[in-house]
Design a protein around this ligand. Structure first.
Ligand code: EPZ
Length: 419
């Protein structure tokens, strides 16, 4: 596939300080929430990644004004368009977040089949059933869904699965609905707390955040606000995985250990050391990881977005590890690529069995989704010899200057510009 390629000479230890920025999965719904008011909404510390650029393009296509100064994005004005352009919806799954916000602010929204990483079917039933419960009319076209509502009315909504996006969409739909809405079985990811913090600062009445039951009392209007998102725990975990594989000591500046428990715990063992100090985490490893058995799940369990980066680290562990993926039904595309490096991984149902004693070497690799691509970078950093990774466009969706990040820590990684 055309495009840039990462070239990595593996085997270098990592030392230094990595500065974390706002979490992609907090910033995207927060930017979507901005259309709930015409007043200026500012989200600071945004990562410089293509998903944020794509979300800005969606907002501009809806007719609102978006000003970006470095990492600070300010959105103002009311949407004049309620249809998410197909080419933009296909670029990114996060265009789904516009459903709740646009419906609440304009009474209608039309979304073409959203894009994003190919990691399973990713249906929208939980989103749409919830919007229908609030009184929206849902119409399906060949490749679009249209939601319309005169007035949304609060009600109890039971989520059959704690879907992150559905929780966020339904929150944004409920904040100006008539009466009270309870989201029962809601997701509890830290990125949702950032969205709640923004909505409350805008004047929404929300309680129960961090618990499986969110209560929203509808208000008439929302105002502008300015909020910083939670730091990116997946970027932090990805740097930890690379440090575990390469050996070394890295300070993760801005890491918030209060939301990183599940990310950190599989890294802890005889060959690692971790200390928290003044808004940072320092993680040290001698590069000899112990085997681990990990299962992904909704927060506060081990996050599915860490599955591929951590599996790359398990490929270097001294024995058999397992990785059970319970959130997405098709999130093992990176396994075949790791196999090109010598990894011995057997997939049985939703569980990967990783024999770390196989020994890893550089190879020509191809990323086909965001976190799988990050996993390949982690594996290549630890492997003897040279690796090349194509499909960098996927990785750039969620990691800001990943080659600069790891080069600054001592890795030998460069970006070869593609045609
Ligand atoms: C969010 O996706 C994240 N994306 C994902 O991160 C993350 O992996 C995921 O949550 C789980 O934590 C953003 O926040 C932008 P879900 P989302 O709805 O909301 C099923 C990354 O790499 N489901 O919690 O799409 C779904 O198929 C991305 O940064 C339904 O069946 O995830 C999946 O199996 C990848 N029906 C499971 O629930 C629905 O209506 C979890 O999906 C909705 C979801």
């Amino acid at each position: 596939m055309k495009g840039d390629v990462f070239v990595i000479e593996g085997g270098r230890s990592l030392f230094g300080r990595a500065e974390l920025h706002g979490a992609k999965n907090a910033v995207l719904p927060m930017l979507a929430a901005s259309v709930l008011t015409a007043a200026p909404v500012t989200v600071g510390d945004c990562p410089l990644i293509s998903d944020v650029e794509d979300m800005i393009a969606v907002l501009r296509a809806l007719g609102v004004d978006v000003a970006k100064k470095g990492r600070e994005v300010t959105v103002s004005g009311a949407p004049s368009v309620t249809e998410i352009p197909a080419h933009l919806a296909c670029a990114m799954r996060s265009s789904v977040f516009m459903l709740g916000a646009l419906l609440a602010s304009c009474g209608e929204v039309c979304l073409y089949s959203p894009g994003g990483c190919r990691i399973g079917a990713r249906p929208l039933d939980i989103h749409l059933d919830g919007l229908a419960a609030l009184g929206a009319k849902i119409e399906f076209g060949e490749d679009f869904v249209r939601c319309t509502a005169g007035k949304l009315r609060g009600t109890d909504i039971f989520l059959r699965y704690p879907s992150v996006g559905a929780t966020e969409n339904l929150l944004m739909a409920a904040v100006k609905a008539e009466g009270t809405t309870r989201l029962i079985g809601a997701a509890r990811e830290p990125e949702i707390l950032s969205l709640v913090r923004l909505l409350v600062k805008m004047g929404a009445d929300i309680s129960g955040e961090g618990t499986p039951v969110l209560t929203v009392r509808g208000v008439r209007e929302l105002d502008g606000a300015s909020v910083l998102p939670v730091k990116d725990r997946i970027v932090a975990g990805t740097v930890m995985a690379a440090t575990a594989v390469c050996g070394g000591r890295v300070e993760l500046s801005g890491a918030d250990s209060s939301v990183m428990g599940a990310v950190i715990s599989p890294f802890l063992g005889a060959h690692t050391f971790l200390v928290e100090h003044g808004g940072a985490i320092t993680f040290e490893s001698d590069g000899l990881l112990s085997p681990t058995d990990v299962t992904t799940g909704p927060y506060p369990l081990f996050p599915t977005d860490m599955q591929a980066p951590f599996m790359a680290a398990q490929c270097y562990a001294s024995g058999m590890s397992t990785m059970r993926e319970t959130v997405f039904e098709d999130r093992f595309a990176h396994v075949a690529e790791l196999g090109k490096m010598g990894a011995k991984i057997a997939l049985v149902g939703g569980t990967a069995y990783i024999d770390g004693s196989a020994g890893m070497h550089g190879a020509e690799l191809s990323a086909c989704d965001l976190r799988g691509g990050a996993g390949l970078v982690v594996a290549a950093l630890g492997a003897k010899g040279r690796s090349s990774i194509s499909g960098t466009v996927y990785i750039d969706r969620g990691y800001e200057d990943i080659e600069g990040l790891f080069s600054s820590l001592g890795a030998d990684i460069t970006r070869r510009r593609g045609g």
